[in-house]
Every structure is written in structure tokens, then in C-alpha cells.
Design a protein around this ligand. Structure first.
Ligand SMILES: Nc1ncnc2c1ncn2[C@@H]1O[C@H](COP(=O)(O)OP(=O)(O)OP(=O)(O)O)[C@@H](O)[C@H]1O
Ligand SMILES: [Mg+2]
Length: 208
């Protein structure tokens, strides 16, 4: 079993806590959460403004989303972790294989033209591919923190590009079934099963 302690030991956290050291010296988790939320929503607006036909949803773009959103707060913004990490009973991709695995995932995504061709496809086929890649990135868990939020934002931008709204996960994060997203993530990490996540995405995917 991978305990919380194991990654709380990492140097990025304030000793004995799961609060990351940050450039604003914030130690209150609620304050930090609020700052992260503001940075993320400001960055999201900018990324949406920048969305056009020249955008390539590759690894550099994915890292840049994390970097540009959180560089004011965290030194490790946009950088992949160098320590092994897990949550609950799940162990994410070993740090030593992160670059290789990320290369494989984004290589597959490139072969599907970064999912840029789903404007006139069925919503089911789009949800299937979004879920496959989101599952892979959930199991990768490449950053120290903010993986969930940046991964969802990445797929929101792909959805917007294809004429959809940002994916609504609220039913699976806070709403009717607040544990559904975590359960689906566990299926991704522990059994490489994307179906639970696909259902969540399909429910939250609406055309503009
Ligand atoms: N027990 C678990 N097993 C597998 N994956 C998990 C587990 N708990 C959480 N996850 C995944 O890890 C993500 C959280 O990672 P992290 O804390 O780096 O990101 P975050 O943006 O801070 O979190 P959140 O997604 O909760 O907003 C979740 O979104 C989920 O996909
Ligand atoms: Mg977190």
C-alpha cells in the first residue's frame, strides 16, 4: 500500500504537511487552493483566446499549460516529477519511465492528429478517444501536483477546438456521484480500464 506519507516526504511539500512550498509563502491550504483556482481560471481564459487552427495538442503544449498556469506559485510548474508517487492504493507511472511513457502517449495522440478531426464525428466516438487519452494521462500523473486539474483542462481545450463546451465533470466530482471520478481514475491506474471514465465524459460532453 502506498501511503500518503510516502509522497508527503518529497521536498516539494512543507515538512509534515501536504502543502507544497510556494513562492507566495502560503501555508494555509484553503488560501492556497483559492490562489490556485484563480490562477487556473485566468490561464484558462488565455488558452481559450489562443485556440486556433495552429494549436497542436502535443507534450510541449500540455507541459506549457501547467507551466503558464502555475509558474507564479511553484518552481516545478511545467516540470515532470522525479520521485515516485501514488494515491490510496494506486501507484502512478514510475518517475524513471515518465519521459518514455509520455512520449508513447503523445506519439499515439499525434497519430490521431491530436483529436482535431472530431467536429463532425459522433459524440460517442469523440468521448471514446477523449477517455482513452485521459485515462493514460491519469495513470501517468506526471506533475507533483495539479495533475487532475491540468489534465481536465487539456481535454477541455481539445473539446472546445472541436466545437464542444468544456467537459462538465460536476456530476462525478461533486454532484450526484461525488466519488465517480476518483473511482474511474482508480480503474484507469490499476486496471487500464477506460469505460467508467468514458461514461463520465460522455455525460459531460455537449456541443456549443
Ligand atoms: N486513489 C487514486 N487512484 C488513482 N488515481 C487517483 C486516486 N486519487 C486521485 N487520483 C487521480 O489523481 C488526480 C489528482 O491528482 P493531483 O492531486 O495531482 O491533481 P489536483 O488537480 O490537485 O486534484 P483534483 O483532480 O482532485 O482537482 C485525480 O483527478 C484523479 O484522476
Ligand atoms: Mg491535488
Amino acid at each position: 500500500m502506498v501511503s500518503k506519507y510516502r509522497f508527503a516526504e518529497s521536498e516539494i511539500y512543507l515538512p509534515g504537511t501536504d502543502i507544497p512550498r510556494n513562492q507566495l509563502g502560503i501555508t494555509d491550504p484553503e488560501v492556497l487552493h483559492g490562489v490556485e483556482a484563480e490562477l487556473l481560471s485566468g490561464a484558462f481564459e488565455l488558452f481559450v483566446q489562443e485556440l486556433d487552427d495552429s494549436v497542436v495538442f502535443d507534450e510541449a503544449y500540455f507541459k506549457a499549460l501547467h507551466h503558464r498556469s502555475f509558474e507564479a506559485l511553484y518552481e516545478w510548474a511545467g516540470l515532470y516529477r522525479t520521485v515516485d508517487m501514488g494515491k490510496g492504493d494506486s501507484l502512478f507511472c514510475r518517475a524513471q519511465f515518465l519521459d518514455q511513457e509520455s512520449g508513447r502517449i503523445f506519439g499515439e495522440l499525434a497519430k490521431e492528429d491530436y483529436l482535431r478531426g472530431f467536429r463532425s464525428a459522433t459524440v460517442d466516438s469523440f468521448a471514446n478517444r477523449l477517455a482513452y487519452y485521459q485515462c493514460e494521462l491519469i495513470a501517468l500523473h506526471p506533475f507533483y501536483e495539479l495533475n487532475g486539474r491540468i489534465t481536465r483542462l487539456f481535454f477541455d481545450l481539445i473539446a472546445l477546438y472541436n466545437g464542444y463546451r468544456p467537459i462538465d465533470y460536476s456530476h462525478a466530482l461533486t454532484g450526484e456521484e461525488p466519488n465517480a471520478y476518483i473511482k474511474a481514475s482508480i480503474a484507469c491506474v490499476q486496471s487500464a480500464e477506460c469505460e467508467p471514465l468514458e461514461k463520465i465524459i460522455l455525460q459531460g460532453l455537449k456541443r456549443v
